[in-house]
Design a protein around this ligand. Structure first.
Ligand code: ATP
Length: 414
């Protein structure tokens, strides 16, 4: 089967030109190149794809150098890994030397040696990702489909290439759920059985690899779908027994996603939502299991602390100053998650009050202004500033003059 017409139609002109150049320069060097994996899958599905992953049956860095025009930036090459990245305007292509992999023990990174395109495809996760298109020469666009990927694509099936695939690398469980939800596919029967049977191999993965898969899941267009599915397939409980992601969290996450926050802020919100419901001890083991960065650890610890504070915050008699006192300095991501998940009505309105008003309240006077009023720098000044802030939050003072008068009264009483 030849897909060169589809390839030409599907690729933007710059990307088409880049692939043609790679194919023909490799031909001049006597080596064969292939477009592989995700872009081939997406081409057949008719979906936009921005990765151009190319496998070279030979020295990928040499092909990258040969395919770079004199006025273009040099390719970024990693000779040890046999990889290179080529840029042409807005487009980039990642070239890798064809490789074979051997898994010595579950979860460990494989031992890699150079190999053929067939071996390179045989090491892949799912049949739909294990297809290649020949680049350059008379066979340009020929489909290499040794594992039935095209038929599985047509039937919307995710199938591993061999029975021990999840044992070798359990990140494929999380990858598979992402594809299943992104494309609306289903796991083929034996693959689903293997997935459920091999959940325990998630324990063999390093924290960094598990965290990376979570982050890639967060980056999906609709991450709540994949997270729900990971929950129902018991993947979450296999990663951490307390981790739950039910329909309510999914619904709330969708709401946050639609707010279009910057990704780093949004992901912190997602982590807090995931961690919601864990105890303070569980949150520590969860953070260690995924080796979460300090910033995220602090945010999820705040989310747990807020759950513990809910009964206190649920008191309708709390003054704004008291609300500020307990919430000031906490992660905003944890606060906005708690605002959605608190069931106690007064606790929820205390949070809203803090998030939407109190945390933005500023005094008119600065420490310097207080010094000019004759209050010496030191502990007393700090205490007076804090009293002024409480008075401002509680509406007891509302102008610069009233703040100054209160400051002087406090100084006299000190
Ligand atoms: P996406 O659209 O999510 O980027 P992709 O298929 O391009 O999908 P990548 O993570 O960029 O995914 O990986 C590129 C290719 O490398 C995959 O298509 C797959 O063939 C292979 N691959 C990646 N990770 C694994 C893995 N853990 N086990 C086996 N093959 C993998």
């Amino acid at each position: 089967m030849n897909l060169s017409r589809d390839l030409d139609r599907w690729l933007p002109p710059g990307a088409r030109e880049l692939l043609r150049r790679i194919g023909s320069c490799a031909g001049d060097l006597g080596v064969q190149t292939y477009l592989v994996g995700g872009p081939v899958r997406d081409l057949i599905l008719g979906r936009q794809s921005f990765d151009l992953d190319v496998v070279v049956q030979g020295d990928a860095p040499a092909v990258a150098h040969a395919a770079t025009l004199p006025d273009e930036p040099p390719p970024v090459v990693h000779p040890f890994f046999g990889t290179a990245t080529l840029y042409q305007g807005a487009f980039r292509a990642d070239l890798a030397t064809a490789r074979a992999e051997i898994y010595e023990r579950p979860g460990a990174l494989p031992i890699v040696r150079w190999g053929s395109i067939e071996q390179d495809l045989a090491r892949r996760d799912f049949t739909v990702n294990a297809m290649a298109l020949t680049l350059g020469g008379p066979r340009h666009g020929d489909l290499l489909d040794l594992h039935g990927g095209r038929s599985d694509l047509e039937h919307g099936l995710l199938r591993v290439l061999h029975d021990a695939s999840f044992v070798d690398d359990a990140t494929r469980i999380l990858r598979g759920v992402r594809y299943e939800q992104r494309f609306g596919f289903a796991f083929e029967k034996l693959t689903l059985e293997a997935l459920q049977r091999d959940l325990r191999y998630l324990d063999c993965l390093s924290p960094d690899r598990v965290r990376h898969e979570f982050e890639r899941t967060f980056a999906e267009d609709e991450p709540e779908q994949a997270l729900r599915r990971l929950n129902t397939l018991n993947v979450f409980s296999a990663i951490h027994p307390g981790l739950v992601f039910g329909p309510e969290k999914a619904w709330i996450l969708e709401g946050f996603r639609r707010r279009a926050l910057p990704p780093s802020q949004l992901y912190t919100v997602y982590w807090c939502l995931l961690a919601w419901g864990l105890s303070s001890m569980e949150v520590e083991t969860f953070a260690t299991r995924l080796c979460l960065p300090r910033r995220i650890q602090d945010a999820i610890a705040d989310a747990v602390a807020l759950q513990e504070l809910a009964p206190y915050l649920d008191d309708p008699g709390l003054t704004p100053g008291q609300v500020f006192e307990v919430l000031h300095g906490r992660s905003v991501a944890a606060l906005i998650v708690a605002e959605r998940l608190f069931v106690r009505p007064f606790a929820r309105s205390s949070l809203s009050l803090y998030l939407h008003r109190l945390r933005h309240v500023r005094l008119s006077l600065t420490g310097r202004d207080l010094q000019a009023l004759g209050i010496p720098e030191g502990v007393l000044l700090g205490r007076i500033l804090s009293c002024l802030r409480t008075a401002r939050l509680n509406g007891e003072v509302s102008s610069r003059e009233e703040e100054a008068a209160l400051a002087l009264r406090l100084l006299n009483d000190a």
